[in-house]
Design a protein around this ligand. Structure first.
Ligand code: SF4
Length: 471
């Protein structure tokens, strides 16, 4: 059964995999992050110990989520903030839309937040006539192009400097340069106007700290601080899995996230926000709201086998390491979260029946698992999803039949030898007679972009015995 998202994925993957310019841009981007991350890891006295520490922190949080979330809520309320529990994306959108309309908000500035992408918040607010400005530079660029983010950390990774220069020339007016500093300056001018006139700022949260009731935001551009302090209302959205037990856990999470994500020793701006402006304070919003988004996460929490997927700190390292992502790129997935973590998570957030194909967008090489700073066994989860998908009846008849024959074959040495002989003979005959038709369709897919291997006359076993003698 090929679902519409699967058909679209295959179409885009074929297109992008044969687009050599696109592949070169992505490789340049991912390679530079990989190299920086490797240099960054060398700064740790023990990188593996840091990963294990992060894994323990997240395990503790995710396995006692109820306790830590309630503690976080209580602390936020003590500081004068509001907490809203959004069971669904619709609940979260409605809460923010109602808040914005009841306070007469016409303009919103946003710092980078994948969960707002997940719940499609911008379009919901724009339908109400509210202007929404993305203020992270990469997000600002893809918003100007009317595109979703390409990568969870670097949303405009797929664009060249020339493409961004052309975009700014068209959309910002009066700027005609490809000098990166001048382009950044032009974006800054456009965004400053929005920062000073917006009534509401929306941010994500990298971590929700239970014992202090603070949210932690990391950015490299300082836009997070402007979004959360200049407008009179600040709304922070976060998935419920973002909670961590203690403030001191950030001592290991901040540098590990920065190193895995971009190779930095520490991200440029790490901000802790603990409520609205208090009497006597110079800046900060009058109102502070935290929206805790579930949207399928509680369901994932009940899955003991895959619960650890909620440990993800969205560093993006698994995308950079994934050979599939590096060839097909982020937009091919057609999902908010791309790459290995997206392929695992999306089946839980949006349903296995429509997105099971993403479990197959992997060579199972394990590179994602190796780089993950919180040690999520990503490739095992992809394999488990394949199993679950087949059990749910999503496999095609010819696939089920092929695996039944394969199983029958490999369970017996004699059968294995016989079927090997039969397959070699059949394929050589089909090739020599120029036959094929639908019989060779799967192979034609395989050979569309690569040379078909020669089909040998003898089996590996026969070649081995010829060379080394039977034993
Ligand atoms: S799964 Fe691991 S490597 Fe991938 S984004 Fe999450 S934390 Fe980073």
């Amino acid at each position: 059964m090929t679902t519409a998202p699967a058909a679209e994925f295959l179409r885009r993957a074929a297109e992008k995999a044969s687009d050599l310019d696109h592949r070169q841009i992505i490789r340049r981007g991912t390679d530079s992050y990989d190299a920086a991350a490797a240099r960054g890891q060398a700064r740790f006295s023990d990188w593996q110990a840091a990963r294990e520490r992060c894994q323990r922190v997240k395990w503790e949080a995710v396995n006692h989520l109820d306790r830590y979330l309630l503690e976080f809520e209580q602390r936020v309320k003590e500081h004068g903030g509001h907490v809203f529990w959004a069971e669904t994306a619709e609940d979260a959108r409605k809460y923010i839309a109602d808040l914005a309309t009841s306070r007469g908000v016409r303009k919103i500035v946003k710092s980078k937040s994948m969960v707002t992408e997940e719940i499609h918040l911008n379009s919901a607010l724009e339908k109400l006539g509210i202007e929404v400005f993305e203020t992270d530079l990469g997000e600002f660029i893809v918003q100007l192009r009317n595109e979703p983010p390409y990568h969870i950390v670097t949303p405009a990774m797929h664009l060249t400097r020339g493409q961004i220069a052309a975009l700014f020339k068209e959309k910002l007016g009066g700027i005609d340069t490809d000098d990166p500093q001048k382009l950044v300056a032009a974006a800054r001018v456009a965004l400053r106007r929005a920062f000073f006139s917006a009534e509401m700022g929306i941010s994500g949260a990298n971590f929700l700290v239970a014992d202090s009731g603070m949210i932690s935001i990391t950015t490299n551009e300082g836009n997070g601080r402007l979004c959360t302090t200049l407008p009179r209302i600040h709304v922070a959205l976060a998935g419920i899995e973002k909670v961590i037990p203690h403030l001191q856990d950030l001592a290991v999470l901040w540098p590990t996230l920065a190193t895995a994500g971009t190779g930095q020793a520490i991200t440029s701006y790490n901000t802790l926000i603990g409520g609205p402006r208090r009497p006597g304070e110079a800046d900060g919003p009058e109102e502070f709201h935290v929206v805790l988004v579930d949207n399928g996460r509680s369901e994932l929490l009940t899955d003991a086998e895959q619960r650890e997927v909620l440990h993800c700190i969205r560093c993006g390292a698994c995308l950079n390491a994934c050979p599939v992502f590096r060839n097909v790129g982020g937009h091919t997935y057609g999902t908010t979260y791309q790459g290995p973590i997206g392929s695992v998570l999306t089946t839980h957030l949006r349903g296995m029946s429509e997105f099971y194909h993403l479990s197959y967008a992997s060579s199972l090489c394990g590179a994602c698992t190796e780089v993950c700073p919180v040690k999520i066994e990503l490739h095992h989860h992809l394999l488990q999803n394949r199993r679950n998908s087949v059990a749910a009846g999503n496999a095609r008849l010819r696939e089920r039949l092929a695996f039944k024959i394969w199983r029958w074959t490999v369970m017996d040495a004699g059968r294995f030898r016989l079927m090997g002989w039969f397959a070699r003979k059949t394929l050589r005959t089909v090739h020599s007679l120029g036959l094929g038709g639908s019989f060779l369709d799967p192979m034609r897919q395989w050979t569309k972009y690569r040379a078909a291997p020669q089909i040998p006359r003898d089996s590996f076993r026969a070649l081995w015995e010829k060379k080394n003698g039977a034993n």
